[in-house]
Design a protein around this ligand. Sequence first.
Ligand SMILES: [Ca+2]
Ligand SMILES: [Ca+2]
Ligand SMILES: [Ca+2]
Length: 494
Amino acid sequence: MKKVFISIVALLLISCGNSVTKTNDGDSVIASAIDEDESSQTDEDNDSMPIQTGGVTFFTYNENSDESQMFTSSEMLGKGGFFGYTIYPINDTYYAIGALHESTPPFDFSKASGALYIFKKGTIPTTPDDAVMVLHHPENALNVGFSFAVAGPCDINNDGNEDLVVSAHLATVAGLAAAGQIITFYGDADGWKTENSSISYLSESYIDKSDVMGQSLICADIDGDSYADILAGGQNAGPAIVGGGSSGMVAFFAGGNTGLAEHESWVLLPKLQEKALYFGATMLYADFDLDGTSDLVVGAWGAPKNGEKDAVKSGAVYFYKGGDDWQIGATTITSDSEGEAGDSYGSVIKFVPTPTMPFFSVLTTGNGAYGKVSFYTLSSNAFPTTPLFATSLSSDDNLGDDATITSYDTIAIPPYQPLFVAGGKHFSQEDGGDGLLYCWDISDTNISNGRVCPWQPEISTGGFGATVQTIENIDASGQPTLLVSAPELIVDSL
Ligand SMILES: [Ca+2]
Ligand SMILES: [Ca+2]
Ligand SMILES: [Ca+2]
């Protein structure tokens, strides 16, 4: 199969009131259309029809003692709709790959309702048809961003079967475009089905156009009543601020014996009520201060430093201590002390494991060349404020203009040094390239200088590196596999 290089598939950006919605990776939200003039040009073979498939490369450990050949790569093409935009490790049995703009039938982008493919571990799949389940928006609503975020498995209705929660953050609700929905798929003995689902969204008290509620999701029993609940973030949600805009908001939807509540029962707002803090764009739920109780972390990549009024707007991360009343306010707010105006600290927050400990990591995109990832260790009775170390990439690394870290993870295969792997859409070593993986050796105490990973896919185009995710034991070898997506991949024919 011949692949063609097309400079870009033009993505129309959704314009939400006065602001363009940005996703948690700092990228602009994909809206509803592909520019057909762009996607049909530059192909030299008149008999073929370029088609946007998207795709995911699986890097599988092959026991080669030469580090440069430690992985075998295999590429799975999608069926359009930015296949690979989401890669989600569900549990020991399943993992999921999303295509938030996929059509039913495929490649008819006027019918783009999105799809979430669920694969069973055991062998490396070769086509989306190898999926054991495919979930869709229950009403087949179009252009809703279905699968942008996934949470669970967790038991929302406490019936002993794990449930899966998927966002449609661009869904129109009551005529309000991109207000956002949260879809709960209730598990039974056969797994998850589109038919066995419910839709939740903000109540009239809060809902507004462009909220993008559901852009981030946490599923856990937050209130301790044995039903798992949902915390949903929407970076443009929240009460309207004088002069326009909102701060961003996190909303709590309660689980119960009939499923997830249709509407929120309470919300979290940053104390500083200013527009465009993008509070809620990212979230994590874990025991950050090691006191045995899980805590909530909320990213706000547009917030001023440490959440303080009139400080430089370089992004902030809000910690809420488990057991406390979160509505009083955050326990600690952390920022990059070196952050500059226009930086977006908190655009990704993630735990990255090494063999002996997990690091809490925060991505800063923006003015800093190529982006920066800060790594924090956890310690008792305190929330992280000072990173142990951070990646360094500068213009000396020559990774091309307009390149920034988009997504990352670690992969550890003893006896190799654990690697920190970052994908950068538009990372390149020469003009015209598009996507490249960058590697650092990482340990519990330090990180090396970065280098181009010694292994790359055969062709790294189509936004390669947009999502980087390690998933354990896909191939039944006991070793992790690194999955890297190229959601905009175009091939000349199928
Ligand atoms: Ca259940
Ligand atoms: Ca609960
Ligand atoms: Ca805690």
